[in-house]
Design a protein around this ligand. Sequence first.
Ligand code: MOS
Length: 719
Amino acid sequence: MSIPMIGEGRDRVDGRAKVTGEARYAAEHNLDGLVHAVVVSASIPSGTIRAIETSAAKKVPGVITILSHLNAPKLNPPPSPGGQQQQQRQPSGNYSEPRATPFADATIHYLGQQIAVVVADTLEHATHAAELVRVTYDGRPARVDMNALRNDAKDKGAQAPPFKKGDPDAAFATAPVRIDQTYRTPYEHHHPMEAHSIVVKWDGDRVMLHDSTQNLFAVRQTLANAFNIPRDNVHVTSPFVGGAFGSKGSTWPHVLIGALAAREVKRPVKLWLPRKQLFFTNGHRPETEQRVALGATRDGRLVALIHEGISQGNAISEYNERFTRPTRMLYDAPNMRGANRVVELNVSSPTYMRAPGESPGMFALESALDELAAELKMDPLQLRLINHADVDPIDGKPFSSKSLKECYQRAAERFGWAKRKLEPRSMRAGRLLIGQGMATATYPAHRSPASARARMNADGTVIVSSGTHEMGMGTATVMAQLAAETLNVPAERVRFEYGDTNLPQAPLSAGSMTAASVGSAVYEVARALQQKIVELNDGREITSADQFASVLHAHYLPHVEVRVDAKPNPEEDKYASHAFGCQFAEVSVDPDLGVVRLRRMVSAFAAGRVLNQKTARSQYLGGIVQGIGMALLEQTRFDRRFGSFTNINFGEYLVPVNADVRNLDVIFVEEDDRHVNPIGAKGIGEIGIVGVAAAIANAVYHATGKRIRDLPITLDKLL
Ligand code: MOS
């Protein structure tokens, strides 16, 4: 047994449970007397329900009930609609659609809306009966065309306020060199392997829920609100989550509907959404249209930076795809403005999707920088170095740490950027055109309050617990490592418990902040535990792991337990805290067929301290692979005639497969950041995807001389 060091590439502690099937996901909790719920979806995008005909459905054997707005008891609406999505303790819960409660009335807000639920003894009976439910509507003209309705766009949500510095329009108008272009990104879906699912059971006015959520405590709050019961009456578990990427951060309608159904039939209910329904009722990345206008001097200094545009939203959710968020802090321009407005449509609710805002925003911004470099006949990396921001460009705060220049330098060197020829269409491999492009990556380093408990047992084992989530990031592994290192005991003796509202409260696992938030709490609780045992030892230091047990034995204690509520230090606010990185891509393009292949990528990231080399690399690689999908493959097609997504299966929604992912090289630029939090780690969950689409688009331009400004870069756009 060895004392683990932070940073060591330890295997995932949950790996074996996952590959052997021992890990039980929400839908695998087959409780006694379980019945099955299947949801009926609206088939029009706007209007009201005229009638719901259930006589044929009710004749299906095993059907127990069919609920809709016509007969379901009413749920409490959210206490204060709006703005609560990422509040740290989410006092009003985390309703995905705070302005519409399921089964409240006959209104149809979007196609796919969950309007009724069938409960039956088996999944097959429930599915068959749901197909026999006949709904008639009074349709209204639907708002489905974002471009046609652009004049209705509004500022929305607290997270993406417009910003302005200097006089950007005047500076742009008089700039010697100007780029003014429009970029588009399509609807995309998260597609976690595990479909959204719940198993829910009532006992009087207490409810127990196995939920595939990345936000346990907010689900508890949302259910308490909706059913008007004390928060302590709601118990939620989420021990394993099969991918989320932001889509499981909100309480979507099926959770409320499933809980309602279980209460009505007085049996445990399983509601497991089919893949097709996930396209409509569990969030997506909305389409965007972004204008980037850059004004510069002939030697490449930015004098004006304007980033504005629209994205899809709807009237019942608060979501705003904050694509200008990176623009306000990335480059040092004296005149800047940004605004991302929402066009509310009769389209289902968008939500956070890996690096929400940064992913589409940095495609636009970093493509525009490349266009400016081409106009100036300047190396694109050089242009970025010239405009490097040494302090936060809007509020002047120092960065907590920023190793972007080292990322550029090390990635460029590993990639062989110096050998790149400046001119487009100047590099070839046989008949293939070769292109090389780069882009910057960034993501904020956030931290939220988190609580943790640590218990030392008399046998020397340690249990550390916090109600956070393991969605594949390596949280359980890294937290055990952190506790083991802090206590100076072998990692094998530490078990980390998570995924349950009975444990100390942790924030939602999103925004790349789990390691920083929960990790800081685990670090603090391990220190507190150590201190308590040192006190028992009359203040003498503990010098070996086995000594802990001796101290407990000496005091006849079966265990010693401590708990901390860790909070961000207000000092952290004095700094602008962000992770930085860069992406260098090489593509080949077939000049006759337009086929783009990513040949290799070199990425470098500086995100504070690396807690586990192995899980960190996986996080980065996962993000990069999703970025490859965004660049070349992913789009959910939308048919305006019906107000519906159309390619709603994995046959037609393309994601990268192994053959699309070749040589990915990730460089860690480690930082010693004393300002972000006590463990010195910035988030790494999302920065991996940021900049990938722009780096590939810029490489495609370099290969072909064609600038593709709307994703994904498919072959038809290159012919
Ligand atoms: Mo995320 S989009 O922070 O799960």
